[in-house]
Design a protein around this ligand. Structure first.
Ligand code: SME
Length: 161
């Protein structure tokens, strides 16, 4: 694999996500190891978007386990229905949290995190994990992030896991 071009921040967020999805496919192409692929997709997102933290929690033994991520150290286990991640897992639905202090039961891994988006990774009909992204800014995530990150979660479900 050769180095991937940086995605221009001059582009609209929608176009940046389209480019990121194309690069995510390219990163997965021909690579058999799911840890290598997942790690590269997280690096791709961290390098090209202004995220504080981006990572994957995977369902393991009836809990969410921290998997590959980029950013500050994070909590390693999240129970079903707990926090934003456990709620997204339980509901099988994405959640945008404009202000983490206002989400009941939010699990604070980094005091720098102010807003968050969590998207379930669904394979077949089963939630196999969640894609979690944190920002240092309040109200950072919008519908473009939702659409773009749900597409990334699809790529994770189909090309990585
Ligand atoms: N805030 C998350 C925990 C994971 S960290 O943000 C990396 C939650 O409430 O589930």
């Amino acid at each position: 694999m050769s180095e991937l071009p940086t995605i221009s921040k001059e582009l609209s967020k929608e176009k940046r996500y389209k480019a990121a999805c194309a690069q995510a496919f390219a990163l997965c192409n021909g690579e058999p190891n799911f840890i290598a692929k997942a790690g590269n997709v997280m690096a791709l997102l961290k390098e090209n978007f202004d995220f504080l933290w981006v990572g994957i929690y995977i369902v393991n033994n009836n809990a969410l386990n921290l998997f590959v991520f980029q950013g500050p150290v994070a909590c390693t286990q999240i129970a079903h229905g707990k926090g934003v991640c456990g709620t997204s897992w339980a509901n099988g639905a994405s959640i945008i949290v404009p202000n983490v202090d206002e989400f009941p039961g939010h699990i604070a891994c980094s005091s720098a995190s102010k807003s968050e988006i969590v998207v379930p990774i669904i394979k077949g009909n089963e939630v196999i994990g969640v894609l979690d992204v944190d920002s240092e800014n309040l109200d950072f995530f919008d519908e473009d992030d939702l659409t773009g990150l749900e597409e990334i979660a699809n790529i994770l479900a189909n090309e990585v896991f």
